[in-house]
Unconditional design. Structure first.
Length: 340
């Protein structure tokens, strides 16, 4: 067995299995190093001079700090004893390196030196998480101190790399893809990543040019940590499924393709998921027309229209059961109270 597991326990915050174990430098190079390329734009490795000391230490048989690898496994059975080592062996190609990219890159460079010992022990932390949201939460808390990749950048990448959009009937394009050929009716990946960030933080306002980027990143991480993933809560995959269902109606699809609406919807639905999951696209379309009629009452010269669209769409969706039953003037009065 290439991986030996010492102990397993449960992380109650992310509802995940966490194991500690060990492997060898050879296994790390053969099976773990290729994983660092799984994210198409993952945090770039540092200049090799930065890790020259570690490379020398590896050749002198140092003991490197543990690496952290992770897996997303929704159906992982936590009710019985499971051979974690065997699971890792069988699913390693689906793993992610949460912490240790630089060390793996350094290790790979050192392997060609004649003094390199590929039998040296390397310790591992392994996380098996039931959802992408919970894994991302742990990834951000692990990498919060590493400046080369901001939380927003991590989320943008993971929206593309972690979520399998092939099993939903909506087209999603990156900005680069849209620059070549625009697929009619497609959603913008950038808008989806902003919606995901809003979902994770519980806030529709995660961009503020009045605050310098580094401080805003700290605020975002704080918001994510304050909104710990709930074991029995709504995952962003569930949100995507509702977007797919409701987008069967062209009016709704056009509305959701507006980035600010998508952001408000993604935050608001966390409070009204059970209600909206039972709403037909046609019924939701009527509600959207009500929302837009009331929204037209806002004077665009007096407010930041994008900000209010995010906030009001969030409020409308999270209180959908009551607000969708308002008539236009009742909703206008409600908007007046929120914007006062």
């Amino acid at each position: 067995m290439s991986v030996i597991i010492f102990d397993t326990t449960k992380d109650g915050v992310i509802d995940s299995i966490v194991a500690t174990g060990k492997t060898t430098y050879k296994y790390a190079i053969d099976s773990l190093y290729p994983l660092i390329d799984r994210f198409s734009a993952q945090r770039k490795t540092q200049d090799k001079k930065f890790y020259a000391r570690l490379e020398r230490d590896i050749l002198d048989k140092c003991l490197m700090p543990p690496l952290t690898i992770a897996f997303v496994e929704p159906n992982f059975d936590k009710t019985k004893e499971i051979d974690i080592a065997q699971y890792i062996e069988e699913n390693i190609n689906s793993g992610y390196v949460l912490d240790g990219i630089q060390r793996l890159s350094t290790l790979n460079r050192a392997k060609d030196n004649e003094r390199f010992d590929d039998s040296q022990t390397l310790y591992l932390n392994v996380i098996i998480s039931p959802s992408e949201d919970k894994l991302l939460y742990r990834m951000i808390t692990l990498n919060n101190g590493q400046k080369p990749m901001t939380p927003r950048h991590q989320i943008e990448i993971l929206t593309q790399e972690l979520f399998d959009f092939t099993d939903v009937n909506i087209d999603i394009q990156t900005e680069k893809e849209r620059g070549k050929t625009i697929v009619k009716g497609s959603f913008d990946l950038g808008d989806l990543s902003k919606a995901y960030l809003a979902f994770l933080t519980g806030s529709v306002n995660n961009d503020n040019n009045k605050i310098i980027g580094e401080k805003m990143d700290q605020i975002i991480v704080g918001r994510i940590m304050d909104n710990q993933p709930i074991a029995e809560g709504v995952d962003f995959k569930d949100v995507i499924k509702q977007i797919e269902k409701l987008s069967e109606d062209d009016t709704v699809k056009t509305w959701l393709k507006i980035g600010n609406n998508l952001i408000g919807f993604s935050v608001g639905i966390k409070s009204s998921y059970d209600v909206i999951a039972n709403i037909t696209p046609e019924k939701f379309s009527d509600s959207i027309e009500l929302f837009e009629s009331a929204f037209k009452s806002i004077n665009p010269s007096k407010v930041n229209l994008g900000k209010f669209r995010r906030e009001l769409s969030k409020n409308f969706i999270e209180n959908y059961a009551t607000h969708s039953e308002f008539d236009e003037m009742e909703l206008v009065e409600h908007f007046m109270e929120l914007t006062a």
